[in-house]
Design a protein around this ligand. Structure first.
Ligand SMILES: NC(=O)C1=CN([C@@H]2O[C@H](COP(=O)(O)OP(=O)(O)OC[C@H]3O[C@@H](n4cnc5c(N)ncnc54)[C@H](O)[C@@H]3O)[C@@H](O)[C@H]2O)C=CC1
Ligand SMILES: O=C(O)[C@@H]1CCC=N1
Length: 263
């Protein structure tokens, strides 16, 4: 398969480029890259990849075009890719706008865990996407983690806010905990290890059974100890409500950013 990545040295484009090479999905010369800063002599330790001179050169050389530029840069690409499978990673650029590119369009929403092969990537296919295309999409996305085909653009918007945000909310919680630990006078190495133990290690309890999260919270509450005292104040200050409002706001932004520009 010949695969092109527009935005090949960005956060996600670079993660995908590395993953398809490392997993052997694409041979070096079959990977055609484009970025704004020009050819890199070393791309993830490889010198055998191909570089396109511009968007139309890339499209001419591949069957699958991955669009990994920021949404605000999409218009300037003037992408014209008839007959190609076009895999967009962009938040907020709807199918209706992407269809102007002329290819068979798939919208996929990875997250930053793509960089270590742990993205969860839901995707949505336009009506003319074939079963053979679906096999290709699954194979490409499997290189960066797990994937699910979903049914509607509204679900892509919700998932842009949820899984698309990757580690943002855990990071927000970790930063808050770390600031508190420091303010409490804990030695820095201890503070760091303690917060990591909560956000990265203790959360492992939920792996494979995330649906039991509310039960775990209830178990802590029923214990009526120190954690219950903390949870009560967190909820009284709107912890769960804040999360819901944050996800609503991000979903609204995903739903409107591309459509407003179109209107
Ligand atoms: N970073 C993330 O966690 C996620 C990002 N996305 C989406 O993925 C897309 C890429 O995001 P990031 O990788 O974070 O952005 P980024 O800013 O790290 O990378 C974008 C790359 O595109 C390049 N670029 C821009 N215009 C170009 C052009 N005309 N020709 C060639 N290259 C061009 C930029 O130079 C940059 O290297 C965005 O649309 C974003 O909405 C989706 C889910 C998660
Ligand atoms: O924050 C963003 O806009 C990117 C796209 C989806 C998730 N992260």
């Amino acid at each position: 398969m010949r695969l092109g990545i527009i935005g090949a040295t960005g956060w996600l484009g670079s993660a995908l480029g590395r993953a398809v090479l490392e997993r052997g999905l694409v041979a070096g010369p079959e990977l055609v890259l484009l970025n704004r800063s020009g050819v890199r002599l070393d791309y993830h330790g490889r010198t055998d990849v191909a570089w396109a001179s511009d968007v139309s050169d890339l499209v001419a050389r591949v069957e699958v075009v991955v669009v990994a530029v920021r949404p605000e840069d999409y218009g300037d690409l003037a992408l014209h890719a008839p007959g190609r499978l076009v895999l967009s990673f962009m938040a907020g650029i709807p199918m209706a706008a992407l269809s102007g590119a002329g290819g068979r369009i798939v919208r996929a929403m990875p997250n930053a865990a793509a960089g270590h092969g742990q993205s969860y990537t839901p995707w949505l296919a336009a009506a003319d996407v074939t079963q053979a295309d679906r096999v290709v999409v699954r194979a490409v996305l499997a290189t960066i983690g797990t994937q699910d085909e979903i049914g509607t653009e509204a679900q892509i918007d919700s998932l842009t806010a949820l899984s698309g945000s990757g580690a943002a909310y855990p990071a927000l919680m970790a930063a808050g905990m770390l600031a508190h630990a420091r303010a409490s006078g804990l030695p820095e190495p201890v503070a760091r290890r303690a917060v990591e133990a909560v956000v990265c290690q203790a959360a492992e309890l939920l792996r494979g059974r995330i649906e039991t999260a509310a039960d775990l919270v209830e178990t802590y509450r029923a214990y009526r100890g120190t954690t219950a005292a903390g949870l009560e104040v967190a909820e009284a200050n709107g912890f769960s409500g804040s999360i819901a409002q944050a996800l609503d706001a991000a979903t609204r932004k995903a739903a409107h950013m591309g459509r407003d520009k179109d209107a």
